[in-house]
Design a binder for this molecule. Structure first.
Ligand SMILES: *Cc1c(COP(=O)(O)O)cnc(C)c1O
Length: 338
């Protein structure tokens, strides 16, 4: 396998922590629940995009790029992590935000600004892929005309090289599970573009693990999602010359049951999950991704989806700045007194 031979830059302090959450598990009458803490990846308040960026910016550096361009919604964790990664490598970053420039920069957007990224705003939503891609291309052309060498990171770092990071992360997890003396039955995580899920599924297959990956979706779109994830997983496996494995769409488990009204619109379940984890374990979840994913895990426990003696890993993918946008983002129920 070629996994260790692909260009990579160091952005993350790995392995990320891995620990059991006994009080939480008891509270919900669940199976054994462990946390994989990618929220604690050391750079810039952490998150799953930093793992992907190790390989994506590895390729950028390999191509002698000096400017990184990417895109996301105004409160994009991915844009914030890309800006931080670029700053830590001495590269310039241009961020194309989907939406009008707000009067006040908050949370992720504030941090993107602090990291010195050039901010561009286009009147588009995340579904207007073409408008956003065109703007990134335009910026790339302008930079090239100035003698620069730009590299475009796709939205959410969705590409086989990004997913590859999560193949590698499975190796990391299996080593930690062996050390803890446990066999993992399930991984539960927030799934949006599907790139992280593709990597996790590919990793489990590549390393002969029977762990089932449960993607709790947090956004509509990207349909047909299961096909998208399986294709991405297969493309990732081809990248490391694993031509013998083919993942079928039917092998991808993902649910839309916990998205609620839509991406970045808080749900009551998500808000309750944030409160419960904070109180029972001192762990911060975010309203857009990990809160909803945890609402899914809690609900699956209630429905008896897991057996008592099974081991479930909740992969915390970060997103913590989302908690600091304001009540319109995390739901007013979070701060209700009494
Ligand atoms: C981007 C993101 C995800 C989803 O990752 P995908 O690879 O796009 O599915 C999950 N959690 C957080 C906090 C994120 O920022």
């Amino acid at each position: 396998m070629r996994i260790f031979a692909l260009p990579r830059v160091k952005l993350c302090n790995l392995p990320t922590p891995f620990h059991e959450a006994r009080r939480f598990s008891e509270k919900i009458g669940g199976p054994r629940i462990f946390f994989k803490r990618d929220d604690l990846i050391s750079l810039a308040l952490g998150g799953n995009k930093l793992r992907k960026l190790e390989f994506l910016l590895g390729e950028a550096c390999n191509q002698s790029a000096d400017v990184i361009i990417t895109t996301g919604p105004l409160q994009s964790n991915h844009a914030r992590q890309t800006a931080a990664a670029a700053a830590s490598l001495g590269l310039e970053a241009h961020l194309v935000f989907q939406g009008e420039e707000p009067e006040e920069y908050k949370a992720n957007l504030l941090m993107s600004y602090l990291f010195g990224a050039r901010l561009h705003f286009v009147k588009a939503t995340s579904l207007d892929v073409e408008i956003v891609n065109e703007r990134m291309q335009e910026i790339a052309e302008e930079l090239k005309a100035q003698g620069r060498n730009p590299y475009i990171v796709p939205i959410g770092g969705f590409s086989p090289k990004g997913s590859l990071a999560y193949v590698y992360a499975i190796l990391e997890l299996l080593a930690q599970a062996a050390e803890a003396g446990i066999d993992i039955d399930y991984i539960v995580h927030a799934s949006s573009t599907g790139g992280t899920q593709a990597g996790l599924i590919a990793g489990c297959k590549a390393f002969n693990s029977n762990i089932k990956v449960l993607g709790i979706r947090v956004a509509y779109g990207f349909e047909p999602f299961e096909e998208r994830v399986s294709e991405e997983a297969n493309a990732t496996l081809r990248l490391i010359e694993h031509n013998d494995i083919i993942i079928k769409a039917e092998e991808v488990w993902a649910t839309k049951d916990y998205i609620g009204e839509g991406y970045d619109i808080p749900t009551l379940g998500g808000t309750e999950a944030i409160l419960l984890l904070a109180k029972s374990e001192g762990i911060i979840l975010d309203p857009v991704y990990t809160g909803k994913a945890m609402a899914g895990l809690i609900d699956l426990c209630k429905k008896g989806f897991f057996k008592k003696d099974e081991v479930v890993v909740f992969w915390h993918t970060g997103g913590i700045p989302g908690l600091f946008v304001g009540p319109e983002f995390y739901g007013k129920d979070l701060v209700k007194k009494g």
